[in-house]
Design a protein around this ligand. Structure first.
Ligand code: UFG
Length: 330
């Protein structure tokens, strides 16, 4: 089986790549290493470059073996997307469309797309189902939604099958501790808490304690990165059996934890205190984000192997403790 993973040297991408290698596959990674790390993909073939460049894509696609494309390459910071929408439209939408146009000429088996809960905007119903109104509150979510819609139109006209996976809050690391989350500018709650324990950052600010939730802090649905990776494998199996099909699935655990609950769990798992202070709300944060993943459970038989928040934090801690400075080189 031929699989190309764009953004495969990133946090979630590298876990997918590792899973594919463990299955005996030889995925080809396309990554410009702007965020990704060479060290996160072992001996895998890496093409360093722009995933929308026909020459780069052409190098990855062998004539005799139509590939699956797992499209992970993207910018993914909500705050940055509000400050600099142009970067998000260019990298997440325009380049993705350029790639799609190249792919429609090729006999690809299908595309698995990394989408986000950010497509929904402010939730009107909890838990969020896939048919919940989509009204993004930031350019990041808007570009993800726009590309999802393009996938559906291209599917209808050019018969390219796709599965779009809307991740909720990805966290954790491979339990063997060899790969994990390592962003140049870490914004996510769990890694920030761990970095604070390790003294890499001074403290963590809780962004608002006046939300209409039981303890006033935001509630999120954390999903283990290994469980996300597994969903991509199931999506490929689905596309293999259902050429030209199109599906959109949420990926979460359906259980919510407040920011204060996450902090408590981090303290419990690590046995360390965390320096935190209460601050103001962050722009664009909905009070509650909670997924219904019933559709992917039913249609693809996906099942979380690491649904507990303690396990998610434990595996992230194992990675961070062993690599306090992250990957050695880019
Ligand atoms: N938080 C803090 N302090 C921090 C970091 C985060 O209090 O230093 C809070 C946030 O306000 C939020 C929760 O912790 O309530 C989780 O924040 P993250 O930044 O870890 O994750 P988000 O919920 O903002 O982001 C997730 C996905 C995005 C997606 C977004 C949709 O990572 O890809 O949900 O809103 F776009």
């Amino acid at each position: 089986m031929s699989v190309i993973v764009t953004g495969g040297a990133g946090y979630i991408g590298s876990h997918i790549v590792k899973r594919l290698v463990e299955m005996g596959e030889a995925p080809i990674v396309i990554d410009d290493l702007s965020e990704g790390h060479r060290d996160s993909i072992g001996e895998c073939r890496l093409i360093i470059g722009d995933f929308s460049d026909p020459e780069v894509l052409g190098k990855a696609i062998a004539d005799d073996d139509p590939p699956f494309i797992i499209h992970m390459a993207a910018n993914s910071l909500v705050g940055e997307s509000i400050v600099n929408p142009s970067k998000y439209y260019e990298n997440n939408l325009i380049k993705s469309l350029r790639m799609l146009d190249f792919l429609r000429e090729e006999k690809v088996k299908g595309i698995v797309f990394s989408s986000s809960a950010a497509v929904y905007g402010e939730p009107k119903e909890i838990p969020i189902k896939e048919n919940h109104p989509q009204d993004p509150t930031n350019p990041y979510g808007e570009t993800k939604l726009s590309f999802e819609r393009a996938l559906e139109w291209y599917r209808r006209s050019y018969s390219i099958g796709y599965v779009s996976l809307r991740y909720f809050n990805a966290a954790g690391a491979d339990p063997d501790g060899t790969i994990g989350e390592n962003h140049a500018d870490e914004t996510h709650l769990i890694p920030r808490l761990l970095l604070a324990i390790l003294g890499r950052i001074e403290s963590v600010e809780v962004f608002g304690d006046d939300y209409p939730t039981y303890d006033g802090t935001c509630i999120r649905d954390y999903i283990h990165v290994m469980d996300l990776a597994e969903a991509h494998i199931l999506a490929m199996v689905f596309l293999e059996r259902n050429r030209g099909a199109g599906r959109i699935f949420n990926l979460g655990n359906g259980e919510g934890f407040s920011v204060l609950e996450v902090i408590e769990m981090v303290k419990r798992v690590t046995g360390r205190d965390v320096p935190v202070k209460i601050g103001k709300r962050r722009q664009g944060d909905p009070a509650v984000l909670l997924a219904s993943s019933a559709k992917i459970v039913e249609e693809l038989r996906w099942k979380a192997r690491f649904p507990s928040l303690a396990d998610i934090i434990e595996t992230a801690w194992k990675w961070h403790r062993a690599h306090p400075e992250g990957y050695k080189k880019k």
